[in-house]
Write a protein that binds this ligand. Structure first.
Ligand SMILES: [Zn+2]
Ligand SMILES: [Zn+2]
Length: 149
């Protein structure tokens, strides 16, 4: 017990990060204090529909504080019926924003909604069995720094 009372607060200070984020139109502005435990690229069909892309890129934390400095009332949520899949978004621009369970301090943060750098390294690609048929060797596709001429 004695050891824990010394080591735990120190660990919390080192690992808990503060982040700022916003939606595409700027209506929703938020701040998060959390220790991100997982950073998943999820290729399931719900995440593909919900993002319109190859995968969701979500950070997960179980010790999160989440505060909105603007636009809290613009955050809408959708639960996929008979699933645990829930996505939150700005009602003005549709951008994904964090889904927060205040009671359990649990948060799912779409990494692209953050305006601050993410130090957590991606944990894994998950639900690869559900990936899109064009989601194949994407790292090998020709790259341009900007829109090609
Ligand atoms: Zn917005
Ligand atoms: Zn998913």
């Amino acid at each position: 017990m004695q050891l824990h009372s010394i080591s735990l607060p120190l660990k919390a200070i080192i690992m808990r990060e503060t982040h700022k984020g916003s939606c595409l139109c700027g209506t929703v502005q938020f701040e998060i204090q959390a220790t991100f435990k997982k950073f998943f690229f999820c290729h399931c069909s719900h995440c593909r529909k919900g993002t319109g892309s190859a995968h969701g890129s979500n950070l997960f934390a179980f010790d999160a504080d989440f505060t909105c400095s603007a636009g809290e009332e613009a955050i809408k949520s959708y639960n996929v019926p008979s699933s645990r899949h829930r996505r939150s978004f700005c009602e003005s621009c549709g951008s994904p924003v964090p889904t927060y369970d205040r009671e359990n301090s649990f948060i799912v943060v779409p990494a692209g909604s953050l305006d601050t750098p993410v130090s957590a390294e991606p944990t894994a690609h998950i639900f690869m069995g559900s990936k899109a048929n064009w989601d194949e060797k994407l790292e090998d596709v020709t790259k341009f720094d900007e829109l090609p001429k």
